[in-house]
Design a protein around this ligand. Sequence first.
Ligand code: 13P
Ligand code: SF4
Length: 305
Amino acid sequence: MENKKEIISKIKKLANEKNAIILAHNYQIPDVQDLADLTGDSLALSIQASKTDADIIIFCGVHFMAEAASIVCPDKKVIIPVLDAGCAMADMLNAEQLRQMKREHPGVPVVTYVNSTAEVKAESDICCTSANAIQVVKWTKSKEVIMTPDRNLASWVQRHTDQKVYAWDGYCPIHNDLTVEAVKKAMEKHPGAVLMAHPECPPEVLELAPVVRSTSGMLKYAKESKEKEFIVATETGLLHPLKKANPDKKFYPAWDDMICADMKKTGLMDILKSLENETPVVKVPEEIRIKAFKAVERMMEVPRD
Ligand code: 13P
Ligand code: SF4
């Protein structure tokens, strides 16, 4: 078995020779985040994927994220080191179910969270991420919108707009299982710490949080804040970049059990093998890609804060 240092240097050498870029989501294991050329939330990574001049994108995340890269970069080879790293929320809605919802609300624009399959994006008018969902819904200027697949993100948006939001009943099991009791326990244990929560958490948890942000939004907030202690209500992988960027501050998980098993499937050896073999490739079929691209492209037009 090779040691970690050797594996990392092999990956870097091969990535350089093959003009490959390694992107990693903020929930990946620390070794993978530390190795990546770029880390970020779903929005930052899709923007990066669209801008890179690399020939190969190694996407360390879950399947919908690699699909998103394939949607914005059809000419690049997009590789996901572990093919069965999926997203339970994305799998809660398929294209036919969305078509049925559209029939129930004729003419109402569909805003779809990036945590969705390419075929669902292809049935949608515009995409959003947790970083820009409120801006995207407002930008539609429509009195009513359909939001899929996350009911918690939809309810968060509903709190911030007069537009009527019809939500698909999907959720992230990891965030949705976080209870008010668990959060209050963490708050009692760390009085004075600022609660930062991801909008995939249930509404009653978000009620308690003065800071509701995407993963990169939390990183930015913690960096800029004068506060010294934070309770973090999202997947615990985010604690690594938070601590790394803020060695003088303290970060506590809202609940230790917030672990997305799919986000932890990718290891250094998987990255090395995928670079050597240039598989598994994620390629969205062109007729779906063109439609899904329009929804992602529209999202990119929405001004960001
Ligand atoms: P972010 O876009 O905030 O990084 O979230 C992605 C995700 O999968 C949350 O569970
Ligand atoms: Fe999907 Fe939830 Fe995992 Fe994010 S944390 S990838 S939403 S299952």
